[in-house]
Design a binder for this molecule. Structure first.
Ligand code: FEO
Length: 179
C-alpha cells in the first residue's frame, strides 16, 4: 500500500515523463522540418523511451492498487535550431528529470517505502544512461565539427538508432522489457 504522498508524487513524475515524450516529439518535428531526418528519428526513438518511463510508473501504481491520475500536459517549449542547441537542451532537460527522480527517491527513503525505492533505483540507472547519451552526442559533434559537413555526418549516425523499449502497453509492462 502506497502513501498518498508517494502516489501524488509518482503521478507528477508520470506527467513529467509524458511531458518529456511530448518535448522530444516537438523537437523531432523541428529537426524533420530543418531536413535532419536522422536527428528527427533519434528524437522519435527518445519519445518512445519517455513513454516507456511513464508507463512503467503507471503500471506500478496499478500493481500497488493505486490510481494513475492523469493531469494536463504543458505545451513543450523547444529551443534552438542547430544539432548542438537541440542536444544541449536534451541534456539540460535530462538533468532536470534526474533531479526529479532523486527527489522522488528521497521521499520514498524518508517514508521507508522499499518497493518504490526499488523501482526508483531502475530510474536512477536509466538517468545515468540518458545524460550519457546526450553528452556523447555533444562530444561527437565537437569531434566532427559544427559545420555543415559535421552536421551531415552526425545526422546519418543518429538516424541509425533503433527502438529497444516496449511501445505497446495493452498488456502492461512485459517482464522482458529492458527499458
Ligand atoms: Fe524519462 Fe529522459 O527521462
Amino acid at each position: 500500500m502506497l502513501s498518498k504522498k508517494i502516489v501524488d508524487r509518482v503521478n507528477l513524475q508520470i506527467n513529467r515523463e509524458i511531458y518529456s515524450a511530448y518535448l522530444y516529439m516537438a523537437m523531432s518535428a523541428k529537426a524533420a522540418e530543418a531536413g535532419y531526418q536522422g536527428v528527427a528519428s533519434w528524437l522519435m526513438v527518445q519519445f518512445h523511451e519517455e513513454m516507456f518511463h511513464a508507463m512503467k510508473f503507471y503500471y506500478y501504481l496499478l500493481d500497488q492498487g493505486a490510481r494513475p491520475e492523469l493531469a494536463k500536459i504543458d505545451a513543450p517549449e523547444t529551443k534552438g535550431s542547430t544539432i548542438k542547441e537541440w542536444f544541449t537542451h536534451v541534456l539540460e532537460h535530462e538533468k532536470f528529470v534526474t533531479a526529479s527522480i532523486r527527489e522522488l527517491l528521497e521521499l520514498a527513503l524518508a517514508e521507508k517505502d522499499y518497493a518504490t525505492e526499488n523501482l526508483l533505483r531502475w530510474y536512477v540507472d536509466e538517468q545515468v544512461e540518458e545524460e550519457k547519451n546526450a553528452t556523447e552526442i555533444l562530444q561527437q559533434l565537437e569531434l566532427v565539427g559544427e559545420g555543415k559537413q559535421g552536421a551531415f555526418l552526425l545526422n546519418i549516425e543518429l538516424g541509425k538508432r533503433t527502438l529497444t523499449v516496449q511501445s505497446d502497453f495493452s498488456g502492461g509492462i512485459l517482464p522482458t522489457s529492458a527499458g
